[in-house]
Design a protein around this ligand. Sequence first.
Ligand SMILES: Nc1ncnc2c1ncn2[C@@H]1O[C@H](COP(=O)(O)OP(=O)(O)OP(=O)(O)O)[C@@H](O)[C@H]1O
Length: 265
Amino acid sequence: MPLTASHLSVLYGRRKALTDFSLSMEKGEIRALIGPNGSGKSTALQALAGLLTPSDGRAEIEGVAVASMSRRAIAKKLAFLPQQPTAPDEMTIAQLVRQGRFPHVGLFRSYDRKDEAAIEWALESTGLTRFADRTLQELSGGERQRAWISAALAQEADILLLDEPTSFLDIGYQVEVLDLVHRLSRERGVTILMAIHDINQAIAVSDRICLLEKGELRFDGAPRALAESGLIERTFRVKGRFVEVAPDKPPHFDVELTKLHRPGS
Ligand SMILES: Nc1ncnc2c1ncn2[C@@H]1O[C@H](COP(=O)(O)OP(=O)(O)OP(=O)(O)O)[C@@H](O)[C@H]1O
């Protein structure tokens, strides 16, 4: 198994942010992590990436405890894109993406052809080749987000953890990023776990979905089973219904917004 968690719990001081979280991911699987604000999605991703020390339980990459691995050893296997990554504003996209490749290169050798090819592929896959020399401060929020995705791709890790990868993107780029996620999983066998707020995007792209509420795992299963469970309405306190678009297509959650509609406005 590329990535597992067993009974992971995380405390911030005395506050429980994640309780008894377990998951087991197959190679090449796409899993979405959904849940209300503050339900523990980012905490779970950070604990899996070895960035937080759990108060209980353990995360494993290919059977090895994440807690026993060096930062570089983790980075060769797993790329993590946090919700709000930071880098100096004057850094160029090319520099950022090169930095993403660093775990493979280290301090004692220079970038070789394989590294350059990975960087080129990462820039190309995110549509940023033309912008490579632009600094981060010269980018829009969406372009910046794509630059970070590109840096994560240059890492060429077998496991990709993404914290809301589409949050700043226009709808066109949202679809492109989800399509990229799909291709990485199906063509390269990358195992992908991503926190995402859009239920329909989660359903469309994932093999399985985990639903967190108040730090606890309420559901872990197929998108269709989630649609049939009634949990979306209950957990997010919304009215809505799942609509069958076509027998071979995933169901679509249609949230009721009619109360918000003000005729003539
Ligand atoms: N550094 C921190 N110190 C203290 N509490 C924190 C910290 N980070 C998060 N929390 C709390 O832990 C809980 C889980 O937060 P987390 O960021 O994992 O939620 P999330 O599901 O990713 O939320 P969102 O959808 O808003 O990004 C929340 O109650 C949050 O307030």
